[in-house]
Design a protein around this ligand. Structure first.
Ligand code: PGA
Length: 236
């Protein structure tokens, strides 16, 4: 059976106490660690330190990630968090999310610079790809993504499928599988590729069963532990 990657993207949600409550519920769910899956939770920077402490004290099978990273190294960049700083707290970082592009005007060049910063600091990039034009841009402008494809978790996430906190409307499993496969084809070898956009307990099993999909980037359905646990269990 293939290894499954379940990534929670909490977006701008949860205070410290709410995050610890979520972890408390996860710890009561008897979720055992398994070589067949990785659970990576990406909350806001404000809660990472407390969550890291809780996870280690309670020996939970959960890794932590950020939702963004500075395209620059440490230095005079007000408000930005550099990969070297984040590396004290996380093993992963979501980059290139379409909401970062839409609301914070991040560009493909920024995303390429972020990949480099993360790799240099041994943080695994979880690289969101909205469509294949974006992949074409990445590949045409810099070799880093192809050269380090084995160190990157790719996510095919069409912006039109993101729930935005409203109704779930995932892409069809067939289309999601086809587009996930296209990422590997463009790289020139099979790479780890997740699907994102309205993954929920009703759709996760079918999506994760697709040949080219290795798990999911989960927004709204990761905020409540019962839904998130059902998604984790949907393919184990
Ligand atoms: P959603 O969000 O699961 O709520 O659609 C996914 C994402 O934006 O990463």
């Amino acid at each position: 059976m293939k290894k499954l990657f379940i990534v929670a993207n909490w977006k701008s949600n949860k205070t410290i106490s709410e995050s610890l409550q979520w972890l408390q519920e996860m710890s009561q769910s008897q979720l055992t660690s398994s070589d067949a899956r990785e659970i990576i939770v990406c909350p806001s920077f404000t809660v990472l330190s407390e969550m890291k402490k809780f996870i280690s004290e309670n020996n939970l099978p959960i890794k932590l990630g950020t939702q963004d990273i500075s395209p620059f190294a440490e230095g005079a960049y007000t408000g930005a968090i550099a990969a070297r700083q984040a590396a004290e707290l996380v093993t992963h970082a979501i980059i290139g999310h379409s909401e970062r592009r839409k609301y914070f005007h991040e560009t493909d060049e920024d995303v390429i610079a972020e990949v480099k910063q993360l790799l240099a600091n041994k943080i695994t990039p979880i690289l969101c790809v909205s469509d294949m034009q974006q992949m074409d841009y990445f590949l045409a402008h810099d070799p880093v993504i192809v050269d380090h494809a084995d160190e990157i978790i790719f996510v095919y996430e069409p912006p039109s499928a993101i729930s935005g906190g409203g109704a779930f409307h995932p892409e069809t499993p067939e289309d999601a599988n086809k587009n996930a496969a296209a990422i590997s084809e463009k790289i020139g070898k099979r790479v780890i590729t997740l699907y994102g956009g309205s993954v929920n307990p009703d759709s996760s099993a079918t999506l994760f069963a697709q040949e080219n999909i290795d798990g999911g980037l989960i927004g709204q359905a990761s905020l409540k532990t019962d839904m998130f646990i059902n998604i984790i269990k949907s393919f184990s």
